[in-house]
Design a protein around this ligand. Structure first.
Ligand SMILES: [Zn+2]
Length: 394
């Protein structure tokens, strides 16, 4: 959804972007799902999403079956018949001040699933001519020939056959007359987003990805886009679906600090009366944060205790100031954010990407550890260093 984020949310995003990561972890607005119930380093804005969590735990056997179906096998044993291992799911969490926003830590912790998903996106989807990318507007994107492996035709920009591709800049429209042709390496460097399926046709998502998402969460997967970001090219603030429906953002690759901002409004307060949206934080707390953001004077910034006390209030406090709720959520590979209800209209973006946080992905992809080198792609090892993928489905 196009538009300009409110200045307070923009300022907060920039502030997080320029923060030292260790210092950030000490801030009251920092949300670390791994710190849930950790008395040493609590995240004061983090809470158990009681109802959502109960439903999630109840249905987790079906989730594991969906993982088995996606991967085509079990990651724990050699039994080829569909089965589950009685695993415990990570609890579903919520963030104070964001009614309808849920964190599913380690949603895709099944390695066969998350590695399979990354491969499917970066190989099959990216090399599908129906896919649109940020580069199509400026380049004539050409595609590699399929290669045959074990009787199956596969296409990938990371196959040796694609190394000779040269994609010419478009000279019409907004094309740049001075641009050089793109090599595959340059394509990856300039890649910021790509559609998963044909974005212009609802229901064109690859059936396997659609089934995975719809079988694990209560969401209708109409379309999906994968965003590739790094510290040099972070995912700028964007607005979700508004009222268009629930959507999911799944983290793959490097850790990211995701900034979420929700504008205060009368609607938010009305929403706070719903059974699940019971967490509304004192608006003064957010206002103080923003005041502190422009000041070098640390005494003006609230300490943990301040926010903790405010966050623990059970009564809904009506704000008379137009102050957004703000949080910086540390998401690791396989974590996911589900935006439902009022949080669908939240602004969010990846303010920081943490290089070195996903060693296997950064150092090995496309040749995951423990697998044979994929179709002569070993010279691409390390090409995803410092990058993350946000797969947004909704
Ligand atoms: Zn098994």
């Amino acid at each position: 959804m196009a538009g300009t984020p409110p200045v307070q949310i923009r300022d907060f995003y920039r502030r997080i972007q320029n923060s030292d990561t260790d210092a950030l972890a000490q801030q009251p607005y920092y949300v670390d799902p791994r710190a849930f119930n950790n008395p040493v380093s609590p995240s004061p804005l983090l809470r158990l999403a009681t109802l959502r969590n109960a439903a999630w735990q109840e249905s987790y056997h079906a989730v594991q079956e969906a993982f088995f179906d996606f991967a085509g096998r079990c990651m724990y044993c050699a039994n080829t018949k569909r089965h589950i291992h009685g695993m415990q799911a990570s609890p579903v969490l919520e963030v104070v001040g964001f009614p309808g926003l849920y964190i599913y830590p380690k949603l895709l912790s099944n390695a066969l699933v998350h590695r399979g998903l990354i491969d499917m996106l970066m190989h099959d989807q990216l090399a599908d001519p129906a896919t649109r990318t940020n580069l199509h507007e400026k380049y004539h994107v050409t595609y590699p020939e399929p290669s045959i492996t074990k009787g199956e035709a596969n296409t990938s920009f990371f196959d040796p056959a694609a190394s000779q591709l040269k994609m010419q800049p478009r000279l019409e429209g907004s094309g740049d007359w001075t641009a050089s042709p793109l090599t595959t390496r340059a394509l990856l460097d300039k890649l910021r987003w790509f559609t998963v399926g044909d974005a212009s046709a609802d229901g064109s998502m690859p059936p396997k990805i659609r089934a995975l998402v719809e079988n694990i969460l209560p969401i209708k997967a109409h379309s999906a886009t994968a965003y590739v970001s790094s510290n040099q090219d972070p995912l700028e603030l964007r607005q979700g679906h508004g009222d268009a429906g629930t959507f999911l953002d799944t983290s793959l690759g490097c850790d990211g600090v995701v900034v979420v901002g929700l504008e205060d409004s009368g609607e938010r307060e009305r929403g706070a009366t719903s059974s699940e949206a019971h967490s509304v934080v004192d608006a003064d707390c957010w206002r103080d944060l923003l005041v502190g953001s422009d000041s070098e004077d640390d005494e003006k910034a609230p300490d943990r205790q301040h926010v903790s006390e405010a966050g623990n209030r059970d009564d809904t406090i009506t704000s008379t100031r137009n102050t957004p709720c703000l949080a910086a959520i540390h998401l690791r590979s396989t974590d996911a954010l589900l935006f439902t209800g009022l949080s669908r209209r939240a602004w969010y973006g990846v303010a920081k990407v943490l290089p070195g946080s996903s060693p296997a992905f950064e150092q090995q992809w496309p040749c995951w550890p423990g697998t044979v080198e994929r179709r002569g792609q070993d010279n691409w090892k390390g090409c995803m260093k410092g990058r993350r993928i946000d797969l947004v489905v909704g």
